[in-house]
Design a protein around this ligand. Structure first.
Ligand code: BGC
Length: 746
């Protein structure tokens, strides 16, 4: 018997004994998706050279970074985010590449998504935008944004989810899950304390620990711990005198340490400013750097990035070890295995009817009816006058990095025309706002030039109102500089472009006026008493006009509720002093740049937490009307005292007492009655959106646990729920409490 036949006989004996012959796989562990993720990461890592590792941790183009070509490990491709997939840009330029297959669905801005107060719509949003990202072969979607709405001038509030950490935290989780179900990573941004745009590279936030943990971190934490976000974006600003992209406390101690984040931290574009500190504590992946400050740069400077040649040299010189690089590379490999090397991920789709339907539904459910003296819904209109630039202006272009190249954008005017084909629908401009329509080479193609004077525009609008059954004014802000736009903040709380005068003139001319404010921020409404109906609309993208017409017509009963408070005037909001915003220039530099200290002295009193104490609210957080009415019964509680590890359940019957079907957002706030520290009057700790037919009642149930009762004790560095009396407030808004029950924490 030769050796071959001996082996064969042994194999036959093994089969006879019930053991299959061990087939040795030729597939390396890292390519074998039957292997555990961590084993694959370790295996790929063990095969990599120092140069390959260094290449992975910084960009190779505006939006991509290398994989390991030799091993067949794909590149990472990022895309903005967060409302649609950005048009392809040139390799090393911000300008668009001129592709003809990159027109997408523009979904509603996130301020609108938050206004739905509907977790399932957030999941639908995430799933849909994730499918578009997947179709375009993106690894990472740069969004969602969850920075807290601290004050109404922040140019990027439209990209975020409102003023309350609980609402933002609840809404972000299903978005993350929806996107990532496509094998596309989210990149939750901008971590953290990036609550204004002016001086965003040089503002050093001074904030106490309690405020940090209670207000500014919870939504990020929820995205990481509950949503299992695969990446997060470090912001531009500074905290504790360090830029966020190399921030030891926020990145190492809290994100990776306390929260156990195992994903990738990506720098905001141009947010890295040094090699050693970033190498030790900072981002895993560096994007968008310039080599000589933030305004100048040389072409294809990728080797000059802080985490490129300089990083390798520092390692070779022994200034820093390889431990941090190794961890970085493993996190990147993990991201790639979770996304582009997941053979089972779906294929995605773009501009599908399902995505248009999702955008329309989310849009319609986000619109907030602020006032209605019986004007809406519109009934059998024969003649509708629509006034205002925002009725026709394409809003998907502009606003900064969230600017989009939408395949379709239905304007409010077109949406109203489509809904009322029989009616005479006419448009008057009313005012001139922003006549531009271009961003990084994407153009709306609209010509909005106007030769009439402001007075003539108002006079023409008033004249056209004669005989109109309804006058719909569509104005607000737009996506140009110093409006709702990245890079700068708003410079006034009031409506720009003389819109107040147009509204006043129309209010005097008709009692059928509806003011539709399109914005991502609160605006002053000095005409509030003179106008019979006010609608808060958002940048709703592709289906904007249809969503609005759905609500104005009553095809959809409005159910949006404000994700932020609207103060009467700017001087009522918590941010008042120069030290709070835009900060005070101090001596010296950090990373070679000047620094402004911005003190969050309002502390935890942000949004309704502030207005509850100081008043000054025109429309409160959580507020929103419907075409029906809802009656709340007495709330009940299942027990009067709660153990430290227990829960109590509050139940409230809510009845649709009107004549049309509709959805109510039932809110639960908690008040800590006996506390050793200052606590807000109340804090949102639960909400449910319930859809009810006329006459139908639902028992809405909230489970309250210890977490809902806790505050962050900075000295103990932990969450504390103190024993004593608590109140659970069932409410229709932060100022409309419908019932209260008390319980004690033992
Ligand atoms: C923005 C980010 C964006 C990035 C890439 C930055 O200016 O702050 O939100 O994702 O650019 O476009």
């Amino acid at each position: 018997m030769n050796s071959r036949s001996i082996l064969l006989s042994l194999a036959l004996i093994a089969v006879a004994c019930g053991q299959a012959p061990q087939k040795k796989s030729n597939v390396p562990v890292y390519l074998d998706d039957a292997q555990p993720l961590e084993a694959r990461v370790e295996d790929a890592f063990s095969k990599m050279t120092l140069d390959e590792k260094i290449a992975m941790v910084h960009a190779q183009s505006k939006f991509s970074s290398p994989g390991v070509p030799r091993l067949g490990i794909p590149e990472v491709w990022c895309t903005d985010g967060p409302h649609g997939i950005r048009a392809e840009v040139l390799w090393d330029e911000w300008d668009q590449a001129g592709w003809t297959n990159d027109s997408i669905t523009a979904f509603p801005a996130l301020s609108g998504l938050a206004a739905t107060w509907d977790r399932e719509l957030s999941r639908l949003y995430g799933k849909s935008i994730g499918e578009e990202a997947r179709y375009r072969n993106k690894t990472v979607l740069l969004g969602p944004g969850v920075n807290i709405y601290r004050f109404p001038l922040n140019g990027r509030n439209f990209e975020y989810m409102g003023e309350d950490p609980y609402l933002a935290g609840e809404m972000v989780v299903p978005y993350v899950e929806g996107v990532q179900s496509n094998g596309v990573a989210v990149c939750v941004k901008h971590y953290a304390l990036n609550n204004s745009e002016v001086n965003r590279h040089t503002a050093n936030t001074i904030v106490d620990d309690r405020t940090l943990y209670e207000i500014y971190l919870p939504a990020f934490k929820a995205a990481v711990q509950k949503g299992h976000a695969w990446s997060i974006m470090a912001a531009y600003n500074l905290y504790n005198n360090e830029h966020l992209c190399s921030n030891e406390i926020l990145l190492d101690k809290i994100l990776r340490g306390e929260w156990g984040f195992d994903g990738v931290v990506i720098s905001d574009w141009g947010g890295v400013h040094n090699t050693l500190q970033t190498a030790k504590h900072g981002v895993d992946l560096e994007y968008g750097s310039w080599t000589d400050g933030l305004t100048m740069g040389k072409t294809n400077a990728y080797d000059s990035y802080y985490l490129a040649t300089a990083y390798k040299d520092a390692i070779l010189k022994g200034e820093i070890g390889t431990e941090e690089l190794d961890a970085r590379v493993k996190r990147l490999l993990r991201l790639i295995f979770r996304t582009s090397m997941d053979r089972n991920r779906p294929f995605g789709s773009q501009t599908s009817p399902e995505h248009y339907a999702a955008a329309r539904k989310i849009g319609a459910e986000s619109i907030v009816l602020l006032k209605n003296d019986g004007v809406l819904p519109m009934e059998n209109p024969k003649k509708i006058l629509v006034v205002g630039e925002n009725a026709v202006k394409m809003m998907t272009v502009g606003g900064g990095s969230s600017s989009l190249k939408a395949k379709l954008e239905v304007s409010p005017l077109d949406g109203i025309k489509a809904r009322y084909p029989e009616a005479e629908v006419i448009w008057e401009r009313g005012y001139v706002g922003d006549v531009g329509g271009e961003y990084n080479g994407v153009s709306t193609g609209q010509d909005l030039q106007e030769s009439r004077s402001a007075a003539a525009l108002v006079a023409d609008a008033v004249k056209a109102a004669e005989g109109a059954d309804y006058v719909i004014f569509v104005g607000g802000l737009n996506k140009s500089n110093e409006q709702d736009c990245e890079g700068l903040d708003r410079i006034q709380y009031g409506l720009p472009y003389g819109q107040d005068a147009v509204i006043e003139a129309l209010a005097a001319a008709t009692d059928k006026l509806v003011v539709v404010n399109i914005s991502g921020n609160a605006v002053a409404m000095p005409w509030v008493e003179k106008v019979p109906a006010i609608v808060q609309d958002w940048y709703l993208g592709t289906q904007a006009g249809h969503s609005l017409a759905d609500v104005l017509s009553g095809d959809v009963n409005p159910s949006g509720h404000l994700p932020f408070s609207i103060p009467v005037s700017y001087d009522k909001n918590p941010v008042q002093t120069e030290a709070q915003y835009p900060g005070i220039l101090r001596d010296g530099t950090i990373d070679g740049m000047p620094v402004l200290d911005m003190e969050y002295t309002e502390g935890i009193y942000v949004g309704y937490r502030w207005y509850d104490l100081h008043g000054g609210v025109l429309f409160p957080f959580g507020y929103g009307l419907s075409y029906t009415t809802f009656e709340y019964g007495e709330p009940g509680i299942n027990r009067k005292s709660m153990a430290q590890d227990g829960t109590v359940t509050v139940t409230v019957p809510v009845r649709n007492s009107g004549s049309v079907a509709g959805a109510e957002v039932v809110q639960l706030y908690i008040a800590d009655v006996e506390a050793s520290v200052d606590r807000p009057v109340k804090e949102l700790k639960g909400f449910a959106k319930v859809f009810l037919e006329p006459g139908q009642t639902a028992d809405v149930r909230f489970t309250i646990d210890r977490e809902a009762l806790s505050f962050f004790d900075a000295e103990k560095h932990g969450w504390v729920a103190e024993k004593g009396l608590f109140r659970a407030l069932v409410a229709a808004s932060a100022q409309d409490i419908r019932g209260t029950v008390e319980f004690e924490l033992k």
